[in-house]
Write a protein that binds this ligand. Structure first.
Ligand code: GAR
Length: 188
């Protein structure tokens, strides 16, 4: 059994899809949800699915042991970021080399980096009159939204799109592809 920790701090819609995808799996278990925001939607989703939640705080994450001890206690093999907006510290990357992936709601390397998340990403895409946007799933390294790309899927940006309508189109791509890619990566 491979044990995944999902790091998420938002509403948790991707976490929900990943949990559903592996619900009956005998090979992959969602063993932990790691969150830095008390009250985030993802915490309720974890609780509804009987998945333990580790609430983390900044000081220990960035200047302490990055919670590597707890991850080891939960026997975590692989880390999936799903709307987790803190940079991943070097110590954690070294503890999980090529075992941390992220999803970003745009076609990196454009529209990534610090502060680029949620509606801001989609608004920037629209403001620049891009004809297409999409999702990027990539390994995590020590820079924001950087590491080697695993998958990009594109969608059109329509003439009358708002950041909200574009966000919905991209969210459905995320939900379709992220759980599937995690399965392919872990089960190959
Ligand atoms: C997703 O759109 C994900 O791509 C984005 O946060 C959202 C989380 O939504 N991540 C980033 O922007 C990372 N730079 P969710 O809480 O509904 O899963």
């Amino acid at each position: 059994m491979q044990r995944i920790a999902i790091f998420a701090s938002g509403s948790g819609s991707n976490a929900q899809k990943i949990i559903e995808h592996f619900h009956a799996s005998k090979k992959v278990a969602i063993a932990l949800v790691v969150c830095n925001k008390p009250g985030a939607g993802v915490i309720t989703i974890a609780e509804q699915n009987n998945i333990p939640v580790l609430l983390i705080e900044k000081e220990r994450f960035f200047r302490g042991d990055s919670y590597i001890k707890e991850l080891a206690e939960h026997k975590i093999d692989f880390i999936v970021l799903a709307g987790f907006l803190w940079k991943i510290p070097a110590a954690l990357i070294q503890a999980y080399p090529n075992h941390i992936i992220n999803i970003h709601p745009a076609l990196l390397p454009k529209y990534g980096g610090k502060g680029m998340y949620g509606q801001q990403v989609h608004q920037a895409v629209i403001d620049n009159h891009e004809k297409e946007s999409g999702i990027t799933i990539h390994y995590v390294d020590e820079q924001y939204d950087h590491g080697k790309t695993l998958l990009q899927v594109k969608c059109p940006v329509l003439k009358d799109d708002t950041s909200t309508t574009l966000a919905l189109r991209i969210q459905s791509l995320e939900h379709e592809h992220y759980p599937k890619l995690i399965g392919e990566l872990l089960l190959k």
